[in-house]
Design a protein around this ligand. Structure first.
Ligand code: NDP
Length: 325
């Protein structure tokens, strides 16, 4: 029936810091994890997760000189493989978590038989930043274009930069970035902000922040790195240049939870709901770790930490519930 007919102890879906940390821990616990790492694509929903779209990572502990995002994820992967994790470059296309063993399809979701069966599942499918969808967006990420002020703000000391968005995230990023940048333009598509009053007051009081109302970014300018952007005034449609070397996109995030709709409980904003302080979901034996269940911290180190927690919970769950283990 399945590609291997075996019932896995643990299948991990996703291979960012959460999934691969879960793989390291479950592999070292002799659970022979199968990791479905995803397939390369043009979005952040890909093997290695969002760090594959960054350059220098300077806040991941253990790397005093910093490390490149893709190199960090390659290290995670090698470490998991060293202990026997079976990492496959495929995407889960369907899951059935209604009974154990859990069923996971790869490839044709209409296939009558699942590809894999597993006693436990760790969901680490991550989240993706919403993007503007302009040409060369993926190329320029890490080269002037960023979705994470905490990660990249430091590189823009004394630069003029811009943040796109008018919600709490954008205002928080703009305030944070004003510690480094000489000037922060906030590019807002309408004539009002969506952010909370307190964040608005803080932005208005910050002398380094200038709000460009009714404005949208229409083009990224620069060859190997961002040199400026073209902006459109949405009232009169006029186009002009904005000389910024950094552009932070803060228009929201989307968790990669489509596979689990109707099966795993989610918060109103679509993130997976786990038990307080735990990685356990509403289905026994299914655990969620990393950004797919974290709409608050969204850091590589917190994702790795929750991947570790999910591995320990899966291991303990198997010990308590699986006689054949
Ligand atoms: P939001 O959905 O609240 O805001 C998104 C912003 O981006 C809006 O201003 C929206 O404009 C704008 N936007 C969306 N799409 C585009 C686009 N294509 N081009 C230009 N602008 C666009 O997302 P956030 O990430 O800011 O916040 C998510 C949730 O997290 C909120 O509930 C927020 O309150 C919360 N949060 C709280 C924080 C805190 O309390 N410290 C910090 C960060 C987030 P428009 O208004 O026109 O739709």
């Amino acid at each position: 029936m399945t590609s291997s007919d075996t019932i896995h102890d643990v299948v991990i879906i996703g291979s960012g810091p959460a999934g691969l940390t879960a793989a390291i821990y479950t592999a070292r616990a002799n659970l022979s994890p199968l990791v479905l790492e995803g397939e390369p694509s043009s979005t952040s929903d890909q093997p290695g997760g969002q760090l594959m779209l960054t350059t220098d990572v300077e806040n991941y502990p253990g790397f005093p000189e910093g490390v490149m995002g893709p190199e960090l994820m390659m290290n995670f992967k090698q470490q998991a493989a060293r202990f026997g994790a079976d990492i496959r470059t495929v995407k889960a296309s369907k899951v059935d978590l209604s009974e154990r063993p859990f069923k996971i399809w790869v490839g044709d979701p209409e296939a009558p038989e699942p590809t894999h069966l597993s006693k436990t599942v760790i969901v680490s499918t991550g989240a993706q930043s919403l993007m503007l969808g302009l040409d060369r967006e993926n190329e320029l990420i890490g080269h002037g274009l960023s979705t994470c002020a905490t990660c990249d703000g430091f590189f823009f000391r004394d630069h003029d930069i811009a943040v796109v968005g008018g919600g709490d995230s954008a205002l928080e990023e703009a305030n944070f970035l004003s510690r480094f940048a000489s000037k922060v333009y906030l590019v807002v598509r309408r004539d009002e902000l969506r952010a909370s009053k307190i964040m608005q007051d803080r932005a208005h009081a910050n002398p380094k922040i200038e709000i460009l109302w009714n404005t949208s970014v229409t083009e990224y300018v620069g060859e190997s790195k961002l040199e400026s952007v073209k902006i459109r005034n949405n009232l009169d449609e006029s186009i002009s240049d904005l000389a910024v070397t950094g552009l932070f996109i803060a228009i929201g995030h989307k968790p990669n939870t489509g596979l689990f709709e109707g099966q795993l409980d989610m918060k109103d904003n679509g993130y997976l709901l786990t038990q307080p302080g735990r990685t356990a979901t509403n289905i026994e034996g299914v655990f969620a770790s990393g950004d797919v269940q974290d709409d608050y911290y969204r850091q590589a180190i917190t994702a790795a930490g929750s991947g570790c927690a999910a591995a320990l919970e899966a291991e303990r769950w198997l010990e308590a519930n699986d006689e054949g283990h």
